[in-house]
Design a protein around this ligand. Structure first.
Ligand SMILES: *Cc1c(COP(=O)(O)O)cnc(C)c1O
Length: 390
């Protein structure tokens, strides 16, 4: 078994004319020598190259690497994180079933469950904090078919004890999905801890260069084989060969990028924690983080997304601070090479009532930053200068 760095750099795809970078198979279909050959391909359609809505060699290269680093039997790449997540959820539910989900889950994921599945399939979702194991046990119903996790979540970084939740789910014959976007397959292995299905927004660290949108699902052969012929091929949310190719490029530097994201984020988290104008910093790598020990137990490192709360609640001052940042681009998403800043209040105020907002553990003064690959001192100076303005 090779280590991550070797798997991600050593391209088995050298088989094509020994090119060091694999070709992009930008073809919609594959042709066959004769009747028997095409007949044979259809016998194992989820393993054969027939049509690029199904399998494509460039996509395969990327999927194989992701399977190795997630310790999964199989990976399926999708056109976006949400295409992967909605397909994975649909695979685990049926009409009138019930979902248990963590309340700080990614917004569109929760909208999909609460609004779409409820309306179309009469599926009810119960939201729990996810931090106490009894919350899971107490909410299991006869028709519960899925426990949906996101650990850490991406604004308050709430963790779930993946191994224990997987056990509770297995006892009750319930499937588990974990969104592992924050930790990446480098720092956390949900499948090794007993989770059935791992999902990712590949648009974040796995892509890492802010130039692609994609998603992924990992799991065992049985689940992935079924999901491939149904939710993947029928809903049709396939990744394009070009984006898969960009992803192969990105994966070569994933370990080195994550190492730098982690170092920079830790320096900045410590700096912010000491600052007199900051009330609290949320970063699972900080010893002061409430679930620090659980994080240490189930993750081997921390990525670069963190949040902090300004002491002021004055929206004018919060805006002044936000606008004064020069190194941090203002925008959504995260996980790229460039540092970003976002205030959850901007979008949440439009979508949530003040009660829902505070129920999620968020307040006006909360600022989220995605710490990029720049020099940490430059980033700290930028934060420091902006903090002087308020
Ligand atoms: C961005 C994100 C998603 C959705 O991924 P897209 O690629 O934008 O569709 C899902 N989960 C988490 C935690 C995310 O941050």
């Amino acid at each position: 078994m090779f280590s991550f760095e070797t798997i991600l750099c050593h391209d088995s795809e050298h088989q094509y004319e020994r090119a060091v970078v694999p070709p992009i198979f930008q073809n919609s279909l594959f042709s066959f020598a004769d009747w028997d050959a095409i007949d044979k391909a259809f016998e194992s359609r989820h393993k054969s190259y027939i049509y690029s809505r199904g399998k494509n060699p460039t996509v395969d290269f990327a999927e194989k690497k992701l399977s190795e680093i997630t310790h999964s039997d199989r990976t399926i790449l999708f056109t976006s994180g949400m295409a992967a997540i909605s397909a994975a959820i649909l695979y685990c539910v049926k009409p009138n079933s019930h979902i248990i989900a963590v309340k700080n889950v990614y917004g569109p994921t929760s909208n999909f469950m609460t609004n779409y599945l409820r309306e179309k399939l009469n599926i009810e979702t119960t939201y729990i904090s996810g931090e106490n194991l009894d919350d899971y046990r107490d909410n299991v119903r006869k028709n519960t078919s899925l426990i949906y996790l996101e650990s850490p979540s991406s604004i308050v970084f709430s963790l779930q004890d993946l191994e224990s939740v997987a056990l509770i789910a297995k006892e009750n014959n319930i499937k588990t999905i974990c969104d592992n976007t924050w930790a990446t397959p480098l720092f956390q292995h949900p499948l090794d801890l007993g989770i059935d299905i791992e999902v990712h927004s590949v648009s974040k660290y796995l892509g890492g260069h802010s130039d692609l949108v994609a998603g992924a699902i990992m799991g065992n052969n049985k689940d992935m084989g079924e999901l491939f012929v149904k939710e993947y091929e029928w809903l049709g949310g396939k990744i394009s060969p070009f984006e898969a190719w960009l992803l192969i490029r990105s994966l070569r530097t994933l370990p080195i990028r994550m190492q730098r994201h982690q170092e920079n984020a830790m320096k900045i988290a410590l700096f912010l924690e000491e600052h007199s104008k900051i009330e609290l910093v949320r970063y699972p790598g900080l010893p002061s983080f409430p679930q620090y020990h659980l994080g240490k137990k189930q993750m081997s490192g921390y990525s670069g997304l963190l949040s902090f709360r300004l002491k002021t609640n004055d929206i004018a001052k919060i805006k002044t601070f936000y606008n004064a940042l020069k190194m941090f681009h203002k925008g959504v998403s995260w996980g790229g090479f460039e540092s970003l800043v976002y205030a959850p209040a901007i979008s949440y105020m439009k979508e949530l009532s003040p009660d829902q907002f505070s129920n999620m553990g968020i307040s006006f003064g909360d600022i989220r930053i995605s710490v990029g690959l720049e020099n940490a001192k430059d980033l700290m100076n930028d934060l420091n200068e902006a903090l002087k303005m308020i």
